[in-house]
Design a protein around this ligand. Structure first.
Ligand code: ADP
Length: 246
């Protein structure tokens, strides 16, 4: 089994504020990794470091076997940031145009072929937003917009999908459907890293859990996490455990 992400002894501070302290973890091909921890525990920072968006103060990161500083296969990664649910900052392009952009990395300077266009249409079908293809991205609801970005990642044939609290502001029904979509993408072989505050959503589907609060409290399979004290230890540092059942 090959490693998709390999984080070794990563430490990172924002000025004086220590955000990550000696964190090491790996994500293997096909994993569904749930990244959990209280508010302000460093989850988004760790994800940004894993994807090479920021560099660590100490330690090293490899993505698809390449040192992250040299990583040049961006099309293999689909990233849905926390901001993706908000309307601000999204481009005034249609959903179809957005999803077709997922093909650009594969065609270089030439134009999209009929096959590229078909791959984009198929991706729209996969995430069930073909009916929204002609709408502008910035007119969609938060949940619809998440799906559009995921369709773009599917069209680009991403191997890794990283999502930061993707269902904030999404209604309960759409949320369940959204997580079923993630499950089926993972079953089709896409590696997933999910930041989610609802622990039940994570333990229901992730095969591996990373539980952090500046330091790593657990990294391993979900069963051993559920049986461990890692959750209360990590959350105990800042207060109440958020544990929703559904
Ligand atoms: P989480 O995603 O778990 O809520 P973050 O990674 O966003 O946590 O933040 C970790 C810590 O770093 C928090 O204390 C947060 O206030 C701080 N932090 C995050 N981003 C910045 C920034 N750009 N500048 C300064 N401090 C930051």
């Amino acid at each position: 089994m090959s490693s998709i992400v390999d984080v070794q002894n990563v430490t990172f501070s924002y000025g004086e504020k220590l955000a990550l302290d000696d964190v090491s973890l790996t994500v293997d091909e096909g994993d569904f990794l749930g990244l959990i921890g209280p508010n302000g525990s460093g989850k988004t920072t760790l994800l940004h470091i894993m994807l090479g968006l920021i560099g660590p103060d100490r330690g090293s990161v490899e993505l698809f076997g390449q040192p992250v500083e040299q990583f040049d296969q961006g099309e293999r990664i689909g990233y849905v940031s926390q901001k993706a649910t908000s309307r601000g900052g999204t481009m005034p392009v249609t959903v179809r145009e957005c999803v077709r952009m997922g093909r650009f990395a594969h065609v270089g300077h030439s134009r999209l072929s009929d096959e590229d266009r078909q791959i984009a249409e198929d991706a729209l079908e996969t995430v069930d937003i073909a009916d929204l293809a002609d709408q502008r991205i910035n007119q969609l609801s938060g949940g619809q917009r998440q799906r559009a970005y995921i369709a773009r990642a599917i069209a680009s044939e991403a191997d890794l999908l990283a999502l930061d609290e993707p269902t904030v502001g999404v209604d309960a029904e759409s949320r369940d459907a959204f997580y079923r979509l993630l499950d089926s993408l993972n079953e089709s072989g896409i590696t997933i890293i999910l930041i989610e505050h609802d622990i039940g959503v994570v333990t229901d589907r992730a095969n591996r859990i990373a539980c952090i609060n500046t330091e790593l409290y657990h990294h391993g399979d979900t069963e051993s996490f559920v049986e461990s004290e890692a959750l209360s230890e990590a959350y105990g540092a800042t207060g109440t455990v958020v544990h929703h059942h559904h």
